[in-house]
Write a protein that binds this ligand. Sequence first.
Ligand code: SF4
Length: 755
Amino acid sequence: MAFDIEMIKKVYANFGSRVEAARKVVGRPLTLSEKILYAHLWDGDPKTAFKRGADYVDFAPDRVAMQDATAQMALLQFMQAGRPQVAVPSTVHCDHLITAKEGAAIDLPHAKTESAEVFDFLSSVSNKYGIGFWKPGAGIIHQVVLENYAFPGGMMIGTDSHTVNAGGLGMVAIGVGGADACDVMAGLPWELKFPKLIGVKLTGKLNGWTAAKDVILKVAGILTVKGGTGAIVEYFGDGAVNLSCTGKGTICNMGAEIGATTSTFGYDESMERYLRATGRSEVADEANKIKEYLTGDDEVYADPENYFDQVIEINLDELEPYLNGPFTPDLATPVSQMKVEAEKNGWPLKVEWGLIGSCTNSSYEDLSRAASIANQAIAKGLVTKSAFGINPGSEQVRYTADRDGFLKTFEDLDATIFTNACGPCIGMWDRTGAEKAEKNTIVHSFNRNFAKRADGNPNTFAFVASPEMVAAIAISGNLGFNPLTDTLTNDKGEQVKLDPPTGDELPTKGFAVEDAGFQAPAADGSKVEVLVSPTSHRLQLLDPFTPWEGTDLKGLKLLIKAKGKCTTDHISMAGPWLKFRGHLDNISNNMLIGAVNYFNDKTDTVKNELTGEYGPVPATQRDYKAAGLGSIVVGDENYGEGSSREHAAMEPRHLGVRAVLVKSFARIHETNLKKQGMLGLTFADKDDYDKILEDDTIDILGLTEFTPDQPLTLVLHHADGTEEQFLVNHSYNAQQIEWFVAGGALNIIRRDAAA
Ligand code: SF4
């Protein structure tokens, strides 16, 4: 398991001096977020102040974490990098590919068989390259990271948007795509636009039915799903100190739901308690030595308006419990008003399922508080009216909760204990009857509640709440139930009331576990063979992309002129395609199938210039490739918005598309194209988009003098024999031009490794 104390000592050794240097260049007191960012500059000591929301900065993260769905492509790429070992401590966590149906005892062995080839690959590639491997059933990535690896003041990237959970232990932890993870594991810098800062001042103390979850449910209601975009949310104030460490994790976790880059809290006694309880006293001792640097400066917190771009204040004494939903996590309704709101909006009041779990709320404290409600229900002669399911966050949490009787309490209320994994939270829930698509309500303690997310049924109304509130509502079976005021009828026909939850922040007898599910990598992985069957449908080793041929690109076919919104989901769909995330050729059969063709307003129907027939985009492109012809994709504004999924750039590259020309790019997708050796171009004059005709043949000129800030020329050969030409811009710097010439950034990493 071994958290890397030497790495942490190294980070802390420079932390204070770098913060002092940053204070000088910035010329004012610093927030915690700024301290962590400036302490992790790739170039070492801060020499210049960065402009928030504007400057791109190279950072040196301390760790990388990957989950099983995204790790596949990240590690397939890393295998091409020619490095014998990862450059920073890294871990893989098998949590996404486990279906919840009957309960852990049946579901886990089934998943191990069903996804054996993916797990075997991840296990062997981890073993070879020095990566810690957490087996299926070991737990959910972010819970396991919090329990084992997160540390105050650290910087981590992870191939999952809820990597931000580690802010609960005072990290700056950020979700990225696999290509970024690959770079950092190969020892390269990681670029991020210096974030803006939102300060959330917490005063008072949680009480009664209110939980840490309600803080973020309230913040989501205030900021909405876009309000945190490009910003780090930093929590402070006496209310923050009063929260448990895992409660802080819950709050940071759902920062992803407001679009925040990440969220964080200053180092305090709750973090120290958590570090010691999870066997990391050494880390706490080291953190204590520099603790004045591991939180924001006093002047900042005394006068936050002067230092943050936006400030929100929440008084925990007055905070009410919330239920957020349906269909969006920012629709916040106080529990006291839910009955009225549900009746007004036609949300079904009968609750079919209550689910506790996910990386957001699956800690020991969460289970203990929910169990206190379940215990009362049993003692007061109540039964659950809804079905009830629990996913513990890790094997350590499960084992300890079992020892302390919580799981038996849940089972006495007929709950199903699912695997320590994501399960229903990622839609891996084989819910009986979901295919009937009936209108129904569920409540859960997860983070996301978009349509179809949990069970694939677009008519499931999902509401997000704290675990204790989920337990109370599952017992009542009624979305409008307010445990603060309402009573329930027990088996004797009496009216009984549930008392507020109680629980333990940490187990009084300490955490325990027999087998946490960790596999340490081989000390010398050079002889380890990576297991990929050549006949696999789910995994495929990558071949390096071919370098640029050294000439202008001529005779390109127009594959598609996409109209309107074209997100990474339109370019590389998720859903049923998830299982091919490790097989580039198979997943390429979804390339651009969601994009709307400008010429016929249809999706996945483009003209094949070789046959004159209309057909699917991937098949048409495969025909061009087989004929040795390159092609070009044309797009509209903000092309490639959405996730950082690198498949959206790798698929066109793999199938032989040579350039993507758009009115504007989403930044991460543009970078991903460059990394894969593609040409990402923008119209110098956006009206030139209209000049591109369906039957055009296209040349791109100027590549032999490809230099930063110099536009290229596009020539359109129309079918009627006429020609038009215009300038197209690019944003390639000298290094990115090298990527293009070499056929991709990985080819350069490999070349340098071999030198
Ligand atoms: Fe993502 Fe849900 Fe798994 Fe958390 S529990 S990592 S949100 S799928």
